[in-house]
Write a protein that binds this ligand. Structure first.
Ligand code: A3P
Length: 291
């Protein structure tokens, strides 16, 4: 007997799934945005540390001052596929833009910069599951189980497409001079060094901020999990019900061990090995995932 699986509500744009609650016209318009010299894209697969990186970039750009209460990061560093190209075009320059697109779909300019943050797929699927069930109106998946979500993830049938398609597409460009390729796990382990790397990559203004020890300590403090857990409305304007985990949820490496069955470990490990064959990707997460 086959198990009937619950699936979140998605819209399908020529095979690319998006949250059903996102305006279709904004997604289509967003894809046609012409990247400009001076733009910086913060690009990730969902749940790989996007918001954390957005806040680090904000702090570097603003002398270490955190996003003020009452503001939402999405208004300062908007989400291209959600808001469409008009909103992005109207941003003051230099523009900072969030996307979840694979390289081939992401607006490109040789003088734009791209910060890509990857996270191991085991923790990513766990985080993505809690994200999806918690945005009840967006996905209609509040009763969905981890097992339900895992099936969508491992077959690539989740919003923003297949995890491996996204990762592989950016990994190929990890050494491009306008790409900074980082991992969530590296940022957790080496936060100070990671922030300095981002500052170097972004250039003068941010580097000046990071070179000031007081500012740098402040950025580390303000972007910490503990601080970002406070006043979560700064990170998402949509409220999550009390009985759901918050958006900034656990911030740990290895939480997947609390969710996976042994069968799921085997299946995702096999998929990881197959999809990353011929690359050095498994070196990114040695001792973190069972590959
Ligand atoms: P968990 O669900 O595992 O806790 P994104 O911003 O791409 O949606 O990623 C969300 C994940 O990043 C969540 O993971 C969230 O808790 C984690 N996160 C957010 N801010 C963080 C921070 N300052 N430090 C560590 N992890 C953070």
């Amino acid at each position: 007997m086959t198990t009937k699986r619950r699936t979140p509500s998605y819209t399908n744009h020529n095979g690319f799934l998006m949250p059903a609650g996102f305006p279709a016209e904004n997604f289509i318009s967003g894809l046609s945005y012409q990247a400009q010299s001076g733009d910086t894209f913060i690009t990730t697969y969902p749940k790989c540390g996007t918001t954390w990186t957005q806040h680090i970039v904000w702090l570097l750009q603003n002398d270490g001052k955190p996003l003020p209460l009452g503001k939402t990061i999405g208004n300062k560093i908007p989400f291209l596929e959600l808001v469409g190209k008009e909103v992005i075009t109207a941003l003051p320059s230099p523009r900072f833009i969030k996307t979840h697109l694979p390289f081939s779909m992401n607006p490109y300019h040789p003088e734009a910069k791209y910060i890509y943050v990857a996270r191991n797929p085991f923790d990513c699927v766990v985080s993505f599951y809690h994200h999806t069930r918690g945005f009840v109106e967006l996905y209609n998946f509040a009763d969905g189980t981890f097992d339900d979500f895992f099936e969508g993830f491992i077959t690539g049938k989740v919003d923003f497409g297949d995890y491996f398609d996204n990762l592989l597409s950016w990994y190929e460009h990890k050494n491009d001079s306008n790409v900074l390729f980082l991992t969530y796990e590296y940022l957790k382990e080496n936060t100070r060094e990671g922030i300095i790397k981002i500052a170097y990559f972004l250039g003068d203004k941010c580097l000046n901020t990071a070179n000031n020890p007081e500012n740098l300590n402040n950025i580390i403090l303000q972007s910490s999990f503990e601080n970002m857990s406070k006043n979560q409305s700064r990170w998402h304007s949509t409220k999550r019900p009390e009985n759901m985990p918050p958006f900034i949820r656990k911030g740990q490496v290895g939480d997947w061990k609390n969710h996976f069955s042994s069968e799921q470990i085997k299946r995702l490990t096999e998929k990881f090995i197959t999809r990353t064959k011929g690359t050095e990707i498994s070196n990114l997460w040695k001792d973190i995932i069972p590959t």
